[in-house]
Design a protein around this ligand. Structure first.
Ligand code: PRP
Length: 177
């Protein structure tokens, strides 16, 4: 355990087991067998890498670089698209992957953009969903874990750019914040 982590919230083997179940659900649901995955940088990198390797189909994997937290603990509420190029999604079946659903603004904004660009089927999948009232309503078809409204790091999630590499989801010690 990292010395700055107060406690582990979701253990590595628990995440692995849940991803196996989730992958089967997704395979059953996606109509096209050759769909596109779009994961959101940077937080979804670790989750997407593990989930995609449990999907035994000819995936195309794309990423989008969007930002809302600015490295701190609160969402700024403004979603910025940082890429200059957008994947060609017209007529495609897309699975959008993110690490955490908090206010809902990020997934809402990205989903709208993908729909505007003409995706044929859009499904969303998150590792963590905070159990709270969202600022905006957004449908998410696949949720690995629901957590309380607390700040977590690890398995892709950061605090000021650190801790994304931890193989579990954990709570930071108060004196590390
Ligand atoms: C975080 C997280 C989600 C988003 C969720 O991204 O990765 O994409 O915020 O929050 P919301 O539901 O309130 O919109 P962040 O901007 O911190 O970027 P990162 O993925 O690079 O850490």
């Amino acid at each position: 355990m990292n010395e700055n982590i107060e406690r582990c919230l979701i253990a590595e083997n628990e995440i692995k087991r849940r991803i196996d179940v989730l992958a089967n659900e997704i395979l059953e649901e996606m109509k096209e067998k050759e769909f596109m995955v779009i994961f959101l940088l940077k937080g979804a990198l670790v989750f997407a890498a593990d989930l995609c390797r449990r999907l035994p189909v000819a995936l195309e994997i794309e990423s989008l670089n969007v930002s809302s937290y600015k490295g701190g603990m609160e969402s700024s509420g403004v979603i910025e698209f940082l890429d200059t190029r957008f994947p060609d999604v017209k007529g495609r079946s897309v699975l959008l992957i993110d690490d955490i659903l908090d206010t809902g603004r990020t997934l809402h904004t990205v989903s709208n953009k993908l729909n505007e660009m003409g995706v044929s089927q859009l499904r969303r999948c998150v590792l963590l969903s905070k159990d709270k009232k969202r600022d905006v309503d957004v449908g998410v078809e696949h949720v690995a874990f629901t957590i309380g409204d607390e700040f977590v790091v690890g398995y892709g999630l950061d605090y000021k750019g650190k801790y994304r590499n931890l193989p579990y989801v954990g709570i930071l010690k108060k004196d590390s914040i």
